[in-house]
Design a protein. Structure first.
Length: 561
């Protein structure tokens, strides 16, 4: 007997017998629903004998036979929901394997829970509900098989990666039928938020309307994706709209998991708690920096992966530089709490960074992870390498939140065991579904998650997708390039550029920019050149310094077919 817990109220199991009832009672169950018709197998116990054993121990028993998952009616769903809501709980539902019972529960929750939540709960219980995801999206009702939209290329996400790859495709082949899917009205230049928090950029410099950025000739579907059906080449949107595609590109970005730090969401934007990882909070960072004259300033970094691994310490450097220039640094205790073991993952850049750590008298605390914040008490708690909880007071707390793939990605069949889209790191094509590509922050290639990485990935994906379509005969290779302009002081940047394995990949000769040392030229690049490069080149399909490396030899199994 295996009891698979879906929620605290409902569990599912394979076929049980009357001899299991004592153990079921000991596990705390008050009610049992049988969803398996009698007589399916010759050795199957009759529901009546299980019912008698259950009732003898005071357990309610309901017989609701379902022939198969394909025969489930609306009445069956409503009846099951009535039982699970009205019977004494917890409730155990069973059939041959538990799949019919789990399907009934999933469909009964279609109007109450999100698709990712249903898929994740049932997956944790050991059941795959991807086969009924379209019906879940339709509120439990049987949907029509006819798709609402059909296209050659569907792109999920209209952030930096999504618009860049859409523009790159359109530049290469003007007659493609492309749909880009994203519900957002606003597009943000997120690399600029560090500069807003440092008093260099205004908020307005980092935002444009989405409508102004969608490439000409590309359809924008202002909807949210609820689920994927890669076996059917289909996307399910909220409201059960269905998009049928020939090729799919997935790049929705990351989810900032603020809620995973206890107490944080209640105090963001007040009590000295801020983050440059949110558009509305970056100006508050600058307000805190200007107003702090003495006390303790704490900057945090969560476990990897995160967007731009250097951003948490960029906030520390720019804040400290202001205090240093205004002769306040000796009165402000600066501390950096990093869940990781090192200051920066590529050793070549650490010496230059350490000089600024020393200048700002910043204390480095590695393998310390922020777990709780009390804003009113201005107290933060961290776990240390020994597993102990360390309590720290603060006057200013800059938080970088933990980050994960979005829920609808994590619950999809596209991900690896860690919840990231599973791609070949050279071609960025999905390892299983060969008409699917992914780029940007949500895929599992071991590169830095930065806008600069997406700028290099977009032409690789565009070229390789067109190669799959037979529109060119060469494959492009992504070398893992990422860039992190580390703003160590106002006017100077350590320009970290590197690829897979920490290999240095500088864009300029060393006599122009030595990325391992602080540079005014790099600051000029960050402040004056990168924003227009982002808005007017990257998002427009102009691939200055982003042309992909081409290869005639690298082939996957799909290429050889």
């Amino acid at each position: 007997m295996k009891l698979n817990h879906i929620t605290e109220q409902v569990s599912a199991s394979p076929q049980i017998s009357s001899s299991d009832i004592t153990a079921i009672q000991a596990a705390g169950f008050k009610s049992i629903i049988c969803n398996r018709p009698d007589g399916e197998d010759s050795d199957q116990p009759n529901h009546s004998e299980i019912s008698a054993a259950a009732k003898a121990l005071g357990i309610d028993f309901i017989y609701q036979p379902i022939n198969n998952t394909g025969s489930i009616t609306t009445e069956d769903i409503e009846q099951f929901e009535h039982y699970t809501n009205s019977l004494p709980g917890p409730v155990l539902a069973y059939c041959r394997t538990g799949t019919r019972s789990t399907t009934l529960w999933s469909l009964s929750q279609a109007k109450h829970k999100s698709i990712p939540e249903i898929i994740e709960l049932t997956k944790a219980a050991g059941y795959d509900m991807s086969g009924v995801v379209r019906r879940i999206a339709n509120g439990g009702e049987i949907p029509l098989d006819t798709p609402d939209l059909v296209c050659q290329v569907a792109i999920v996400g209209a952030g930096a990666a999504g618009i860049a790859v859409a523009s790159s495709l359109a530049k290469r082949h003007t007659e493609l039928d492309i749909i880009i899917i994203d519900p957002a009205d606003i597009h943000y230049y997120q690399p600029g938020w560090t500069m807003v928090g440092g008093g260099i950029f205004s908020q307005e410099q980092t935002v444009k309307t989405m409508a102004s950025l969608i490439p000409p000739g590309i359809k924008w579907l202002k909807e949210a994706v609820a689920a994927f059906e890669p076996e059917n080449n289909s996307l399910i949107l909220s409201g059960c709209k269905v998009v049928k595609y020939e090729h799919l590109i997935v790049c929705p970005g990351l989810k900032l998991d603020w809620e995973s730090i206890e107490g944080l969401t209640n105090t963001l934007g007040k009590n000295g708690v801020t983050s440059n990882y949110r558009f509305d909070l970056a100006p508050y960072t600058w307000d805190l920096v200007k107003s702090l004259k003495s006390g303790k300033a704490i900057f945090t970094q969560p476990p990897m992966p995160i967007k731009c691994a250097g951003a948490p310490q960029k906030a520390m450097y720019l804040s400290s530089d202001y205090w240093y220039r205004n002769h306040l640094i000796n009165d402000i205790d600066v501390e950096f709490y990093n869940a990781g073991p090192v200051l920066f993952g590529v050793d070549s850049y650490v010496p230059a960074l350490m000089k600024y750590v020393d200048r700002y008298q910043a204390a480095l605390n590695f393998s310390h992870n922020l777990v709780k914040v009390d804003g009113e008490a201005q107290t933060a708690w961290f776990t240390n390498p020994q597993g102990e909880v360390v309590e720290k007071q603060f006057d200013m707390l800059h938080v970088c939140p933990p980050q994960t793939a979005p829920d609808f990605i994590k619950s999809s069949p596209l991900v690896d065991e860690n919840g990231w889209i599973d791609v070949d790191q050279s071609t960025l094509r999905h390892k299983k579904y060969h008409n699917i590509y992914s780029l940007g922050d949500v895929m599992n290639a071991p590169n830095a998650k930065t806008a600069a990485a997406a700028r290099k990935q977009a032409p690789v994906v565009a070229n390789n997708l067109l190669s799959d379509m037979g529109l060119n005969n060469r494959r492009a290779i992504y070398d893992g390039y990422g860039s992190c302009p580390l703003t160590v002081e106002k006017g100077k940047i350590v320009l970290a550029e590197f690829g897979y394995g920490g290999k240095l990949l500088p864009s300029f000769p060393k006599f122009i920019v030595d990325g391992t040392k602080p540079s005014r030229i790099s600051w000029f690049l960050k402040e004056k050149l990168l924003p227009p490069i982002y808005w007017k080149a990257m998002l427009k399909g102009r691939e200055w310094l982003a042309q992909p490396q081409m290869s005639k030899t690298v082939k996957t199994k799909f290429d050889q077919k």
